[in-house]
Design a protein. Sequence first.
Length: 231
Amino acid sequence: MKKCDELLCAFGLRKTYPSVAPGTPDLELFHDLNLQVEAGEMVAIIGESGAGKSTLLHILAALDEPTAGEVWCGFTHVTGLSKAEASAFRNREIGYVWQFHYLLPEFSAVENVALPLLARGVARPDAMQQAAAWLERVGLSGRAANRSGELSGGEQQRVSIARALVTQPKVLLADEPTGDLDAGTADRVFGLVQQLHHEHGLTSVIVTHNTEFARRCDRVLRLAEGHLVSV
């Protein structure tokens, strides 16, 4: 078992999907993949579609398991967690922003943001108060009562960012957070992510196909042929 000297580490990761057709090889997304992210660093990961970028984020967040290798977040051995422990770890340590917002349509914006706190056991009045404060932080205090279908794409993604950060995680993982937005809205949303990263001392790993956004991060890594290489 290796020691992680940084906040977020992956050692010797391999991810293989068994072949479903007889006589065809297994699909190996990556092998012997290593990653170390310093506390406070903002790292961009780029690469071709199908390279395994989303799968890597899922493994870092304990949403998926590697075929081999290990992940550490601080002193937590992420790949050694049970399903219940992994769920608690994500709620405690990880903020996750998806390309699609995944807001619950029957709930208001403030209720969607409050969900991670309610899952943690925070009393509803306190959870709603903290959620409202985060909506104000992302510029949506006037939209707290609106449901997701009444929000624009950029507003929906801002709500999802507030939901990811309402638990005050150490690590922010974002998978193409601007991929479904037009250029102007994408630039504003990415700028918000950068601002929140610095203001809240986050350690962030951002998957993006936008090379301009990637260059605004502290470091850029390309996932290609199963390995991460510096760009």
